[in-house]
Design a protein around this ligand. Sequence first.
Ligand SMILES: NC(=O)c1ccc[n+]([C@@H]2O[C@H](COP(=O)([O-])OP(=O)(O)OC[C@H]3O[C@@H](n4cnc5c(N)ncnc54)[C@H](OP(=O)(O)O)[C@@H]3O)[C@@H](O)[C@H]2O)c1
Length: 268
Amino acid sequence: MTTTRTLADGREIPVLGLGVWQVRDGRECADSVRWALEAGYRHIDTAQAYGNEDSVGRALRDSGVPRDEVYITTKFNPGRKDPVAELDGSLERLGVEFVDLYLVHWPAGGPTRAWDGMQKAQRSGQARSIGVSNFGTGDIDAVLAVADIPPALNQIQFSPFEYRRDLREHCESRNIAVEAYSPLGTGRHLDDKEVAAIAERQGRTPAQILIRWSLQRGLIVLPKSTHQDRIAQNAEVFDFELTGDELAALDALDRTGGTGRALERTWW
Ligand SMILES: NC(=O)c1ccc[n+]([C@@H]2O[C@H](COP(=O)([O-])OP(=O)(O)OC[C@H]3O[C@@H](n4cnc5c(N)ncnc54)[C@H](OP(=O)(O)O)[C@@H]3O)[C@@H](O)[C@H]2O)c1
């Protein structure tokens, strides 16, 4: 399996990234990003709402890894007015001239509200690719109906337990890549019996099984950890394969009925 894929806008994205939601700004975040870069990650997923862009930027600079080798995503906080003005702030905090991917974090105020500003951010060169997050099938269609530049990607909650088949198919058939957030269920899915049995059989950890499932289901995947050993472990997912039976057993854990919704309960 290759470790990058090409988005519809022609840009390449590493299929595994470190997520930093709920990672404290300062040492905790800077250490996590540093350990990830040392372990070979070349993709970091942050957001304006996470409050830790400063630490992501510092860790990136301190690592000595060239900027153009690391894929950085941030997300527009849609509680704010202007995606372009908010991106200026992100770039300053991150200490970079552009982000690789800029997402509307959730469809606040309606799915199309921020899109004009997002397109401006891409045209200015300050965001190489633009996309959305937490958008369901109807939200995706609403954006496509007004877009000059279509979203390249939709970042959604996705795991065997939230196997949003309809939403994935809807996005893929419109050339929108799907990125899995909370691939470990924010830790909740790691104790599941079925996942543990497959892990045992494969000689892997439950986290590796869940991350590998996302990859084999065609997604880009964003596990989070603040522990050096787990960060390294979560990247060791390119040297084994789940069998057809194992994939089917994991698929059967879905509790969403294969929904086209982005979430069962929304916070906006
Ligand atoms: N767009 C959105 O609205 C949105 C929403 C949620 C998440 N996200 C993105 O997706 C990323 C990941 O989702 P998430 O933060 O919900 O969590 P997750 O990756 O599903 O799970 C993280 C949890 O699992 C634990 N963990 C990680 N690797 C482990 C391992 N190998 N063994 C045992 N435990 C392990 C972590 O603990 P430790 O940290 O203590 O190791 C943490 O408690 C976020 O950080 C963020 O970038 C986006």
